[in-house]
Design a protein around this ligand. Structure first.
Ligand SMILES: Cc1cc2nc3c(=O)[nH]c(=O)nc-3n(C[C@H](O)[C@H](O)[C@H](O)COP(=O)(O)O)c2cc1C
Length: 276
């Protein structure tokens, strides 16, 4: 039987993230087991940059709930994420979780091509900010098949229920989660990763802010990516970056360690830290 994991990143009980994640999960027609994690109820520390997770045999050494969460994500056959917009971006716990994925490329066979739905409730029209782009990063690192990245306007706890179109949309996502061919980016979105945020370059060129694919701005500012030959979320680029460049950080550090120690020395006695 398939396993479906819902990941809710909001303290609000019966808030929009929780309700819409549950609606998606409830609408899956295939027989499946369902489990929910409310990330904000768990202990999740910041990454401490020890790089231990880059060794395939190592779990993250931090004593918190991260290893439980990532084990559940790896075991699931589908992931449904509900993450609200907080101050123009996704809820901070989502970024904390994403930061902990430095070593995930060693285990990505577990999550590769599995379906993922992202639901992003936001309270104020026009205040979505960079949320859509930022939420795409985690499932792209996990190399999942993104079925949808759905921004839903709903302010009050459970307010998404007042619009029957939201319920229908969530139900449709559940119905097709295991049979979908994957998110089809719009004409003003990056065709490689789905982001809607671009960096403007010279000569009418532009670059996707997260995957770095480059295109040309054409008539009516529709980007044309037909000549693009790079996307950092491709299998090859992710392998090379995390298992090559990042994994080699230790060697580069050992080479420069003594020189860096000398340069760092002058800053050692400036202990101006304060705590409450
Ligand atoms: C601290 C905080 C910051 C918020 N910032 C934004 C924002 O920048 N843009 C926006 O559209 N909504 C913002 N909202 C509203 C929430 O995104 C909205 O109420 C959403 O439905 C909450 O989802 P939930 O019910 O799953 O918690 C914010 C809410 C809180 C509590």
């Amino acid at each position: 039987m398939k396993k479906v994991l819902g990941l809710v990143i909001s303290h609000r009980k019966l808030g929009n993230s929780e309700i819409l994640v549950k609606e998606v999960m409830n609408s899956i027609p295939e027989p499946c087991s369902r489990e929910l994690i409310r990330l904000t109820d768990l202990k999740l520390e910041p990454c401490n940059a020890c790089y231990r997770c880059l060794e395939p045999e190592n779990d993250c050494p931090i004593k918190d709930d991260f290893n439980f969460v990532i084990r559940k994500i790896r075991e699931a056959d589908a992931l449904v994420i509900g993450v609200p917009v907080y101050i123009l971006g996704p809820h901070g716990c989502y970024k904390m979780l994403t930061d902990r994925l430095l070593g995930i490329q060693n285990h990505v066979e577990d999550t590769k091509d599995k379906p993922c739905v992202i639901v992003i409730p936001h309270g104020a029209k026009g205040w979505e900010g960079y949320s859509k782009t930022a939420t795409l990063v985690m499932p792209r690192l996990l190399r999942m098949k993104i079925v949808d990245c759905w921004e839903v306007h709903a302010t009050l706890p459970g307010e998404s229920l007042l619009n029957p179109d939201n319920i229908k949309y969530a139900q449709n996502l559940g119905m097709r989660i295991f049979n979908d061919s994957g998110y089809q980016p719009g004409s003003r979105e990056c065709p490689f990763c789905g982001s809607d945020l671009f960096r403007l370059l010279s000569e009418n060129r532009l670059e996707c802010s997260i995957c770095s694919a480059q295109g040309i701005l054409k008539y009516d500012n529709i980007p044309d990516f037909s000549e693009a030959d790079y996307c950092r979320f491709s299998d090859q680029e992710l392998e090379e970056h995390f298992k090559g460049w990042v994994a080699n950080t230790k060697t580069r550090f050992l080479e420069k360690k003594e020189r860096l120690k000398v340069l760092q020395k002058d800053y050692r006695n400036k202990e101006w830290w304060i705590k409450p």
